[in-house]
Ligand binder design. Sequence first.
Ligand code: SME
Length: 159
Amino acid sequence: MSEKQATPLISQLLATWIEGEASQAYTITNYANAAAILFQNMRALNWVGFYLFDEVNNVMSLGPFLGKPAVALIAPNAGVVGSAFSSQQTIVVDDVNQFSGHIVCDADSNSEIVVPITTADGRQIGVLDIDSPELNRFSRQDQADLEDFVATLLPYISA
Ligand code: SME
């Protein structure tokens, strides 16, 4: 018998915040608060943000984030960001120093997770990128929770 997983608390918090603030129609606002909700509620993070795909110029550009200033433009097949985007798979990197082609934004980062953001009809919007100063920071449960978080955010950024 399959049981439906409970919605992760972090996703509930995001939806409650956006609906409570009635910001549903404001895409940048929702990205910004989504980054802040993750940064404040997950332990041991040093960077949380979004890279958004510009299909005209075929590049990922830095979106709302918290952390140190970061690389502004990433090719859609470069780094962990581009690899997750082009493969359309979440990538968990336990040790960024072992990831060939990793793009350094903050020398404090040791592990990273990148989750693609894609609509149900296949429009590739970008990725959520999170860095940690800890090695092996992101578990399978974190991956599931963050994929749910992105699914929760999607209707608020893709209208
Ligand atoms: N490390 C990423 C680049 C972005 S920073 O982590 C914010 C990468 O390799 O794509």
